[in-house]
Design a protein around this ligand. Structure first.
Ligand code: GLV
Ligand code: GLV
Length: 321
């Protein structure tokens, strides 16, 4: 069968598809396909399956452009780039790559947290700029994490793994809010369930966001909520950019209404909110939380396997709809 892959991904998944005898066409563009390019690529051949990325907008037009493709396998755990309702209506299967990237994203989240609280990125910039003129008692003072409270918004797989490392490794206390209360998680880590997002924001020393992007989570962290945070608190986001009102965050960072933020995702990627890069009290990484060699290879294989199973008439393991 014919499979279209919208961008170069680690070879291991492509090999799996080819080994099963599928004809695989990988986009040759070194970059994200524009909407027009995507639609034209999809309609070039009668593709039976599409392996898409979180940067591809998969909606009515994309489905129309590839009418034979009854599976879109997303190379990501998040699938907010795909019109799930429309897929469901048309009987199109959508899959994602959950689980395998959980620990990798959690490690990156912890790295973001430590780099803002220990001022790693700022210290690196300072040192490289030749500003270091000797040890000083008050130079770049950071914040301890032990016994501080980590507030987790969204205690799914990733949130729980972050909780594990923060609690077992760093000795942090935990509180969380999730649409589903999870007693097992609470007893495992002594995590305290808060009744609302607001109450997490009010008590946490570090807030970390692990919710999917939905209509209900867009700007979950808005100006009003940012202002509920402690002045000494930090905000970490490795989920999806639009969950935070990024311009409001820039204002709050500029006015030192919170201590700092560390972000791997942005509201309008790859653009950054105006003023964000000038803030010293923010650490930013370019949406690389799942980007380890190990994990990106496994994601490639998982997305490919979802396609292989579907094309062989089985239900793919990571079916979303
Ligand atoms: C990355 O952002 C993913 O959703 O896998
Ligand atoms: C969220 O993306 C999760 O997998 O928990």
């Amino acid at each position: 069968m014919k499979v279209y892959v919208t961008r170069k991904i680690p070879e291991s998944g492509i090999k799996l598809l080819k080994d099963r005898g599928h004809e695989v066409q990988v986009s040759e563009k070194d970059g994200v396909l524009t909407e027009e390019e995507l639609l034209s690529a999809l309609s070039e051949k009668p593709y039976d399956a599409v392996l898409s990325l979180l940067t591809d907008k998969i909606d009515t037009k994309a489905f129309d452009a590839a009418p034979n493709a009854k599976i879109f396998a997303n190379y990501a755990v998040g699938y907010n780039n795909i019109d799930i309702e429309e897929a469901n209506k048309r009987g199109i299967t959508v899959t994602n790559t959950p689980g395998i990237l959980t620990n990798t994203v959690a490690e990156h989240t912890i790295a973001l947290m430590l780099s803002i609280t220990s001022r790693i990125a700022e210290g690196d910039r300072f040192t490289r700029a030749g500003k270091y003129d000797g040890w000083a008692p008050l130079l770049l003072l950071g914040t301890d994490l032990k016994d501080k409270t980590l507030g987790i918004l969204g205690a799914g797989r990733i949130g729980q793994r972050v909780a594990h490392i923060a609690s077992r490794g760093l000795g942090m206390k935990l509180c969380y809010y999730d649409v589903k209360q999870n007693r097992e998680f609470e007893s495992e880590y002594g995590a305290k369930f808060e009744v609302s997002v607001d109450s997490v924001l009010k008590v946490a020393d570090v807030v970390t966001v692990h919710v999917p992007l939905l209509d209900s989570t867009k700007h979950l962290i808005n100006k009003e909520r940012l202002e509920m945070m402690k002045e000494s608190a930090y905000l970490i986001n490795s989920s999806r950019g639009p969950v935070i009102d990024e311009s409001a965050l820039v204002e709050v960072l500029r006015e030192n209404k919170i201590k700092g933020a560390a972000l791997d995702v942005f509201e309008d990627e790859p653009k950054l909110a105006e003023g964000l890069p000038e803030c010293e009290n923010v650490v930013i990484t370019p949406h690389i939380a799942s980007a380890t060699e190990e994990t990106r290879g496994k994601m490639s294989e998982m997305a490919a396997q979802n396609i292989i199973d579907f094309l062989e008439g089985k239900t793919p393991e990571n079916k979303v709809v």
